[in-house]
Design a protein around this ligand. Sequence first.
Ligand code: PLP
Length: 393
Amino acid sequence: MRLSKRVENLPPYLFVEINRKIAEKKARGEAVISFAIGDPDIPTPPHIIERLCQAARDPANHRYPESDSLPELRRAVADWYERRFGISFDPDKEVLPLIGSKEGIAHIAFCFIDSGDIALVPDPGYPVYSVSTMLADGEPYYLPLTEETNFLPNLDTIPEPILKKAKLLWISYPNNPTSAVADLDFFNKVVEFARQHDLVVCHDGPYTEVAFDGYQPVSFMQADGAREVGVEFHSLSKSYNMTGWRIGMAVGNATMISALMRLKSNIDSGIPQAIQYAAIEALTGPQDCIQEHNAIYQRRRDLIIEILNSIGLEARPPKASLYIWARVPEGYTSMDFTADLLEQVGVAVTPGIGYGKNGEGYIRLSLTIPDAALVKGLSRLSGWRNPHRRVVK
Ligand SMILES: Cc1ncc(COP(=O)(O)O)c(C=O)c1O
């Protein structure tokens, strides 16, 4: 059987080796505590589940949904953006619900990338930006996110020949994996840059509601003129602990939204309607769960940072997102350190290199670990010993 070049050329999955080691440990009966996965451990709030069950019993929701989703859902998304960010969208032209934001993030490449076109992609970054570019026969050009620039891309260093071939710019704040945040000044610069170089901007913002110490992330769509150049992807996955239900949305530029809709209507048949009703409930119902979840994550964040610092890892408390981005100790690559943690203390983390070349030297720990496992995981981490550390006599 011969696979398409498109699939054959997909980059190797970098976590294969680590996953193999975890499986080996588990097979030997050794429990592994995982800080590796960014998937909320707290269940979806009960009022949302209740609405889902009610809607699932209604035969009207057993049939094909409309590709562009229920008008009530598009309206609920627009109203939520208005309340949360003070931006108004036309629910018929500027809002498109998605089967999880990952689905839309992957598909939008096919709306803007032709063979040989370039997409500007953050490194480290969520892998779907580059993989979808490659699937659309385009080329990712990586924008380094480094500590020196607070993990914001330095747009001024992109060479002119690259900019000539570039069609699309990906940005994402609060960021996965670095947990960096961006302000409106940065987003305004991005809009200006996109205008100058005729780029479309895709802002991926699933973590705008996961924030700490009273910090409130901004939306890219609040930038002056954002709607002329770009869209924002958002998701109910992390805001309402709904990763399993698969629902998200894109909002913004009407031409981009309509192109994505046109593509999708040829591929999928919409979002199961009961889930759309659950999403309406999430967006329009009580919002206390967001603060409640953030308080839990913040407490976990502080405990993890304290232990990491105590064993000699540099990590700053993030203002937002579900992640801690920590520097590995000197003498280790991110992969070696991940393997060492697993071997020495049975703790799994994500090696930064999995998110791109510039992720080297870091690991990512997720705050979505249940409290009981967290306590065990922290006690194990505190027992980690650095064999590279020189003993001064
Ligand atoms: C940066 C980023 N974008 C998008 C997604 C996809 O979220 P979903 O498809 O669940 O909406 C994730 C999930 O982890 C993510 O970290």
